[in-house]
Design a protein around this ligand. Structure first.
Ligand code: NAI
Length: 424
């Protein structure tokens, strides 16, 4: 696999490069392969139009073609201005039944124009990563809601947004919280974000983890993955938290826990994973050492206050591809990766999560989309927990593909687990 390819290449070269990336991903996505066989046979999405706003790279392309193989007409764009691979976008657009509007490096206006282009296909199902598509439909195109069966949301921040909409009585169609399933967050958020964020930072900086002091903001699913894997690479890890139990969990796992105001002076690499805003701000920049590296792995680019850094800095320059240096008047340099956008997808060298991990997350997306068309009547407007049997179906498909067998409960064991009469 290669890094995002420039859209300036001739279209045939983009197509060939994108198809090569998709082929590699396809070879490592057995859940998608199995679902694709089912979908080709049963055509569950015949007559449906699926609108998607996701990171357009090779794994997402395989989800998209799998949904199209089930009979859907699919329109897709990116969910982040920097995460699109233009070659994959071209290759995806060439797939039967798929129109792809994603382009890397778009400005805000172009980003939302592409979301509108997807909406113009009048989707009956939406698949979102961060909630921008659902939000735009509710704000700008409420007349489409009546014909929407439902949707699926991929990430923590998107689910937060949906729950906030639901609490305000503003969410008008059913949405599955794909993020909240075990098959998603125990693998994608923990291992995917952990591995790919560290890999992107290491490749962008060409610096070692061993011996570094790494500050991880947030010890949620993503933060745990980042902290544990950084420790696994022999970094000294400091965690910052606002939740007492998660702070305690980090402490009991052997990490130093302290407020960001203290950690700022100690860290050499900072990685934000909170899904919240203003995690690294002016007071922290003032305390930081020369040469620190800042990266964000949370969904939006609001965790590191880059405007404040820009104001404080005497000069700024591109230190390396994908990394901007901000030089303070006292000579200290603070380096920010990928403009504070999620580093594992938006840095020039980044590839997103490992393929196997996304096979699982997208397996849940695909079975949820199927559930929406098969059992639409069972879901009212609002955020829905993904039925456990669907999540298990994805896990079982993966285990079978890996050739891993498990024990099964005997009848006596099942009875025992369901009874309350047995005591000492
Ligand atoms: P989570 O809710 O499990 O964890 C977030 C943690 O941050 C919580 O423990 C919370 O207490 C803590 N936090 C909140 N405000 C804080 C503050 N001011 N200082 C320190 N800690 C604070 O969420 P999860 O699943 O870990 O997701 C985090 C973010 O990462 C979300 O924006 C999510 O959408 C995004 N995400 C990014 C991925 C990627 O590929 N980079 C993949 C999956 C999720």
């Amino acid at each position: 696999m290669t890094a995002p390819v420039s859209e300036e290449l001739p279209v045939e070269e983009l197509l060939e490069s994108g198809q090569r990336k998709m082929e590699w991903a396809r070879q490592h996505m057995p859940i998608m392969e199995s679902l694709r066989e089912d979908f080709e046979r049963d055509e569950p999405f015949a007559g449906e139009r699926i609108g998607m706003a996701m990171h357009v790279e090779a794994k997402t392309a395989i989800l998209t073609e799998t949904l199209a193989a089930g009979g859907a007409e699919v329109a897709i764009t990116g969910c982040n201005p920097l995460s699109t691979h233009d070659d994959v976008s071209v290759a995806l657009d060439a797939v039967d039944g798929v129109t792809c509007y994603a382009k890397r490096g778009v400005d805000d206006e172009e980003y939302y124009e592409a979301i509108e282009a997807v909406i113009e296909h009048e989707p009956t199902i939406t698949v979102d990563d961060g909630g921008d598509l659902v939000f735009a439909i509710h704000e700008e195109y409420p007349e489409l809601i009546e014909s929407i069966v439902g949707g699926c949301e991929e990430t923590t921040t998107g689910v937060h947004r949906l729950r906030a909409m639901e609490a305000d009585g503003a969410l008008e169609y059913p949405m599955f919280a794909v993020n909240d399933t075990p098959m998603k967050r125990l693998f994608d958020n923990i291992h995917g974000t952990g591995e790919s964020s560290l890999a992107s930072i290491a490749m962008t900086t060409n610096l070692a983890w061993a011996g570094k002091t790494v500050v991880v903001a947030g010890f949620g699913y993503c933060g745990k993955g980042v902290a544990r894997k950084a420790a696994g690479q022999n970094a000294h890890v400091i965690v910052t938290e606002v939740d007492s139990r998660r702070a305690l969990e980090a402490h009991m796992e052997g990490f130093d826990v302290m407020p960001m105001a203290e950690a700022a002076a100690e860290g050499e690499v900072f990685i934000t994973t909170t899904g919240n805003r203003d995690i690294i701000v002016e007071e922290h920049y003032e305390a930081m050492q020369d040469g620190v590296v800042l990266a964000n792995a949370g969904h939006f680019d609001i965790e590191i206050d880059i405007d404040a850094l820009d104001t404080l800095a005497e000069r700024t320059y591109e230190a390396r591809d994908g990394m901007q240096a901000y030089e303070m008047s006292d000579g200290r340099r603070i380096n920010v990766l990928a403009a504070g956008r999620l580093v594992n997808l938006a840095a020039p060298v980044s590839l997103g999560h490992p393929v196997e991990v996304m096979d699982q997350s997208f397996g849940v997306q695909a079975v949820c989309a199927r559930e929406l068309v098969e059992n639409a009547d069972e879901y009212d407007a609002g955020v829905h927990v993904v039925p456990d049997e669907l999540d298990r179906e994805v896990a079982e498909t993966k285990l079978a593909a890996e050739g891993i067998e498990t024990d099964t409960l005997s009848e006596q064991q099942r009875e025992y687990m369901e009874s309350w009469q047995h005591g000492t």
